[in-house]
Design a protein around this ligand. Structure first.
Ligand SMILES: [Zn+2]
Length: 132
């Protein structure tokens, strides 16, 4: 069995096989569908064709089912969702909402257990992940 990704708000599953399906909203208020890879550290992403985004743009990620914002409560540059691994254990995944910024953390029991991305050093505040 593979990992499942769920919305922290409605707890519905948000991945389809290897794609995590989210709604992205840009600064112009445009909305589009974004697909992120389920492999942590893989920054391939796909956007719906009419959604305009450029490197460095900040978007807001929303749950595709309940439309709740996935933004981190302490840092709006970051978003989060829940990953349930093969053993049924839940952890949080925190990732950057800035297009092109590579920064992902896996948090289990309030500790960062995995880190990915070359831009991690932009988030050095030790408290930023202890928000829940
Ligand atoms: Zn939801």
């Amino acid at each position: 069995m593979e990992s499942t990704f769920i919305c922290p708000e409605c707890r519905n599953s948000i991945n389809v096989n290897d794609d995590i399906v989210l709604i992205a909203k840009n600064d112009l208020g445009q909305k589009g569908i974004v697909m992120l890879h389920t492999t942590l550290g893989n920054y391939e992403s796909k956007f719906s064709s009419d959604f305009t985004i450029m490197e460095g743009d900040k978007v807001k990620m929303l749950c595709p089912i309940c439309h709740h914002s996935l933004s981190h409560s302490k840092n709006q540059n970051l978003a989060k969702f829940i990953m349930i691994n093969e053993e049924g254990k839940e952890c949080y995944i925190i990732f950057s909402q800035i297009y092109g910024e590579k920064c992902t953390c896996k948090i289990e029991e309030k500790e960062v257990t995995e880190r990915y991305g070359e831009h991690l050093n932009r988030y050095t505040d030790p408290d930023w992940f202890l928000w829940f």
